[in-house]
Ligand binder design. Structure first.
Ligand code: G1P
Length: 282
C-alpha cells in the first residue's frame, strides 16, 4: 500500500515552539509524532510512504536517515526500532514549494502514486486503533468494491464543528455513510451534520483530477474536503466511523494531553507520574 503523509503545514497554533522546528517533530514521550504516524502506516500495510514536507522541515528527513555520528548509540533498542521502520518501507520526501493547502500538498504525490488507490495520514495526528486505522479503512475500501474513496469520520461536539471538515449523507450500513455533502470548517449554523473528518483517508487516484479542478477555498487554500466534494460527484465517497482514539497534537493543550495519556500507558512512567500528579493536584 502506498501512503502519503502531508507534513507541510506551518504549525501556527503552536508558536513559538514550531518557529524553527516542524510540528511533526514535537515529541510524545520519547518519539516525534511523525514516527508514530509512520509506524501506524507500516502497521497498516504500507510499504511505500511519501512524506510531503516544505520549508523548514528538513529535520523530518534526518529523522529517518542513519546518523553515523551517534556511533554505539545507534544500537539502543529504541534506535534500532527506528532504523527498522526505514527498512520495512521505502520513505520518500517531496517538498511542497508554497504552502497552498492540504489538497495541494497531496497533489505533490500524484506522479509517485500513479493510478492506484492510496492512503493518507496527517503528519500531526496519532491514531491508536486496533486494527490500525488505515488498515480499517483499507478493509472498508475492499468491502465496498475497491472503486470508492473511504474517509474516517467521528462525531464532534458542537463547539468543535468549525475546526473540521464536516460530511453528511445516509448511513448505508452500520458506521458507513454515503457522502452527499462535505463542507470544510463550516460555522455550526451551516454544518450539515456533526460528523467530522479526522484526517485519515483511502482515496482513488481520481482525487488528483478533482484537486486540479478545485479552486482555492477557505483561507485561499486548496482544501482536500472541497476536492473530495467534487470527486463525490463522479464516484462514490464513503465516510466511515472507526474503533480507536485519535490524538491531534497541533496545539499546546492537545500535545500536553497526548503526552499525559501516553505516559499513563507506559508502566515505568505511570508509576512515577501517578503519585506526582496526586501531589500536584492537592
Ligand atoms: C484538516 C482537514 C479537515 C479535517 C482536519 C482533521 O484540517 O482540512 O477537513 O477535519 O484536518 O484534523 P487542519 O486540521 O489541517 O486544519
Amino acid at each position: 500500500m502506498k501512503v502519503v503523509i502531508p507534513a507541510a503545514g506551518q504549525g501556527t497554533r503552536f508558536l513559538p515552539a514550531t518557529k524553527s522546528m516542524p510540528k511533526e517533530m514535537l515529541p510524545v514521550i520519547d518519539r516525534p509524532v511523525i514516527q508514530y504516524v509512520v509506524e501506524e502506516a507500516i502497521a497498516s500495510g504500507a510499504d511505500d510512504i511519501t512524506i510531503i514536507t516544505g520549508r523548514g522541515k528538513r529535520a523530518l528527513e534526518d529523522h529517518f536517515d542513519h546518523n553515523p555520528e551517534l556511533g554505539k548509540f545507534n544500537d539502543l533498542p529504541s534506535m534500532r526500532s527506528l532504523e527498522e521502520l526505514a527498512d520495512r518501507a521505502t520513505i520518500h520526501f517531496v517538498r511542497q514549494r508554497t504552502p497552498r493547502g492540504l489538497a495541494d500538498a497531496v497533489a505533490c504525490s500524484a506522479r509517485h502514486v500513479g493510478r492506484e488507490a492510496f492512503g493518507i495520514l496527517l503528519g500531526d495526528t496519532i491514531n491508536l486503533c486496533r486494527p490500525p486505522l488505515l488498515r480499517q479503512l483499507w478493509n472498508r475500501y475492499e468491502e465496498l468494491g475497491s472503486r470508492s474513496s473511504v474517509i474516517a469520520v467521528e462525531p464532534v461536539p458542537d463547539a468543535k464543528v468549525s475546526d473540521y471538515g464536516i460530511v453528511a449523507g445516509p448511513e448505508v450500513r452500520p458506521g458507513v455513510f454515503e457522502v452527499q455533502r462535505m463542507v470544510e470548517k463550516p460555522p455550526l449554523s451551516k454544518a450539515p451534520s456533526r460528523l467530522g473528518i479526522t484526517g485519515a483517508y483511502v482515496l482513488t487516484p481520481a482525487i488528483f483530477d478533482a484537486i486540479r479542478s478545485t479552486p482555492p477555498g477557505r483561507n485561499q487554500e486548496v482544501q482536500l474536503t472541497d476536492a473530495l466534494d467534487r470527486l463525490r460527484q463522479r464516484e462514490k465517497v464513503y465516510a466511515v466511523t472507526f474503533q480507536g482514539t485519535r490524538y491531534d497534537i497541533g496545539d499546546r493543550f492537545l500535545w500536553l494531553r497526548t503526552n499525559l495519556e501516553f505516559a499513563m500507558r507506559d508502566p515505568e512512567l505511570r508509576d512515577r507520574l501517578r503519585p506526582y500528579l496526586k501531589e500536584l493536584l492537592k
